[in-house]
Structures are given as C-alpha cells and as structure tokens.
Design a protein around this ligand. Structure first.
Ligand code: FUB
Length: 366
C-alpha cells in the first residue's frame, strides 16, 4: 500500500496566503461554495480552495513546480454525457517552490476571448518549455462545435500567454499532453472519446453527426489515443497524428467493451528507468490506468491502475519527478461535491521493484 501522505492542512492555509489577484479577476459565478466534507476521508487535500481547478498538468522548471489546470466554473448547462457542463473560459496557473509548501495562484494566463478561433470549453491543458519560451497547449471548441487544440506562448511559465491565430493544423479532440524525450524530441499525446469527440474524428476530419460515445463495437479494438511529434518551433505537428496502441499481455489491442482498461481520455507520458509510461483515464469506469513501452510511439502493454476512483465522475492526472521522488497530481470534488467543480491534489507515487506502479486509493478507508 502507498504510504499515507498528508502534507496538507498546511497547504490549504498556505494557498490562502499566497493568492495573486483572484478576487480582482474572478467572474461572479466563480464564487467557491464549499460543502462540509470530512477531510480525514481523503488521502490528500486540495492545493487551492479559492477557485475550482481540475486536470492538473505538472512540470518542474528551474526547480520550481508549475501546475497547469483547467479552471472549473459554475455554469447554466445541465450535466450530460458529453461534458457540456464543463464550461471553462480561462486558465490560471499554480506554482510552488516545493510540494507541501505555499501554492501561488496566478492571474488569468489565457482567456477564451483572446483566442481568435475558439468559442468555448477551455478543457484540460498542458505546457512545454523550449529555447526560452513556454508553450501552453489547450483544447477548445471552435465555432462549428469541433474540439481543436491550440497553442499559446509566453516568456514566463505563468503567462500571460499569446495564442496563435489558428489551432494546430491537423489537431482534433482533447487533452493534449506534451512530453519531451531525453534526445530533445517532443511529442503530443491527445484524444478523448464521448464528449472529447475522438469517435467523430476517425479519419482526422470532424463528423458532427458521428457517434456520441465511441465506435459502439464492444468486440472490436477500442478507439486509440493519438501521438504526433512536434515541430522544432513547438507550434505544429511535424507529422500526421498516429494511433498509440495499448495492448494486453498477449499483445492484443484492448477492446471497445473493455471499459475497465480501454483508453477514454487524459493522456500523460513519463519516463522511468528508460521505459515509457503512457497513462490515461478509463472514463466511465473512473480509473487512472497505464501501460509500459519501449518507444514514445508504443506499443504500450497494459499494466494496471494508478488510481482507484475519486469522488466525482472525472479524474485526470500528471506524473512528475521532483526532489528525487515521484508525484501524482489528480483532482476530485471534495470542495464542491459536484462533478463540474473540481479541485486538484497531489500525492506521492511509488514504483515496485519490477517497475510497475503501486495502485493508490484516494480515499482513506477505515
Ligand atoms: O475538464 C474537462 C474534461 O474532463 C477534460 O478535458 C477531461 O480529461 C476530463 O477531466
């Protein structure tokens, strides 16, 4: 079992001390109303409680930890299977000198109104750094209702970011995660089924009348996440996106009906002891799962679960090494009790001697 990790009554206090400008920029429906939750039920506590945050992509730059989350807001749209209730409009970045230390909540780093091609739903972002520039990658719906992936740049890791006028050519669906390998090549992993529209982009072209969920063929291979190598300027794909194979121990692609193991959304890539670890959410079964491979392109052999279900429908994560230890950033709904209003958290992640990851339970069960 993972060691119980409890930084954190301290974190809540520290994050209150370290807020930058949240009351000035917060729109009226951004008010955070906490529900009374028994904190002792949770493995870890929210990193910030002044706004709602989800989908945390963490990076370490110059020894400091930066977390690029979605900024959840309450909106009028009823909950549905396509995630229409995730009505995010901007990004705000969290930073900290150490895990367990004060968390600084940055001001708005990018607003949908400043992205010429984007209409709504600024979903799970990620970031990268190359040659003195920080890149923020983000999915949003364009004016035709299709998810595309955009990129914005800044000289500061916390922004403000300036968006490119068009989405990345050949991009579609959601949840970009950009991984830079030891040889300096960067790859974007992306995709998500159901509301993420991967099933409406089977040939890389958006079909507004496509399936609402998946391929609807339980005994056929499941839809696969995508990967594309990035151009040197990090603004384009250097190649057409390819499918990323996730296979079972016999080398067979996971099937559409295998909801406990098949890819749903929330791609992340990290490297541990020379092996590539592709991790993702199983969506409607609510696990974070992973596979291990020998190349950034896969194939990845399914190895198990990283995280058991959290409170709330979605879970989305990142894995990062800091100070010689490994950390899982994830989100649940502890503060609000509502799926649309999430809060990000962090806990330590442990490997077994054979390189597999010890499954974490986000709840303390007595
Ligand atoms: O936050 C909106 C969507 O919910 C993300 O893009 C998915 O990964 C899920 O967390």
């Amino acid at each position: 079992m993972p060691r119980k990790f409890s930084l954190l009554p301290l974190l809540a206090l520290a994050s209150c001390i370290a807020i930058v400008g949240c009351s000035k920029e917060a729109p009226s429906n951004d008010a955070v109303k906490h529900v009374e939750a028994d904190k002792s039920k949770y493995l870890s506590q929210p990193l910030v409680s002044e706004i709602y945050t989800a989908d945390p992509s963490a990076h370490v730059w110059n020894g400091k930890i930066y977390v690029y989350p979605s900024h959840d807001v309450d909106g009028p749209t009823p909950e549905d299977d396509l995630g229409s209730h995730f009505e995010m409009r901007d990004y705000r970045i969290l930073s900290m000198d150490k895990i367990g230390g004060p968390v600084t909540l940055g001001p708005v780093a990018l607003d949908v109104k400043d992205v010429p091609w984007a209409e709504k739903q600024m979903w799970a972002p990620d970031a990268a750094f190359r040659n003195g520039t920080y890149y923020l990658y983000f999915p949003a719906k364009d004016k035709a209702g299709a998810f595309r992936i955009g990129v914005a740049t800044s000289k500061s890791p916390t922004g403000p970011f300036k968006a490119q006028p068009e989405p990345i050519k050949g991009s579609y669906s959601i949840d970009p995660a950009v991984f830079t390998d030891e040889d300096g090549e960067s790859y974007m992993y992306f995709g998500g089924i159901w509301g993420g529209q991967l099933q409406r982009n089977v040939d890389g072209k958006y079909d507004p009348n496509g399936s609402k969920t998946d391929l609807q063929a339980d005994d056929k291979p499941a839809l696969l996440p995508r990967v594309a190598r990035m151009s040197k300027d990090m603004l384009e794909f250097a190649e057409s996106p390819r499918e990323l194979h996730i296979v079972d121990e016999k080398g067979k692609l996971l099937l559409g009906g295998d909801h406990d193991r098949r890819f749903f959304e929330a791609a992340w890539m990290h490297k541990y002891k020379g092996k590539y670890y592709f991790s993702y959410s199983t969506g409607d079964t609510h696990f974070l799962a992973y596979g291990i491979g020998d190349s950034p392109y896969g194939p990845f052999t399914y190895k198990g679960r990283i995280l058991e279900p959290v409170e709330g429908w979605t879970t989305h994560h990142s894995i990062v090494q800091w100070d010689g230890r490994w950390w899982l950033f994830y989100a649940d709904t502890q503060l609000s009790g509502q799926t649309r209003l999430r809060n990000v958290k962090v806990t330590e992640l442990y490997y077994n001697a054979d390189g597999t990851i010890r499954t974490i339970d986000p709840m303390i069960r007595r």
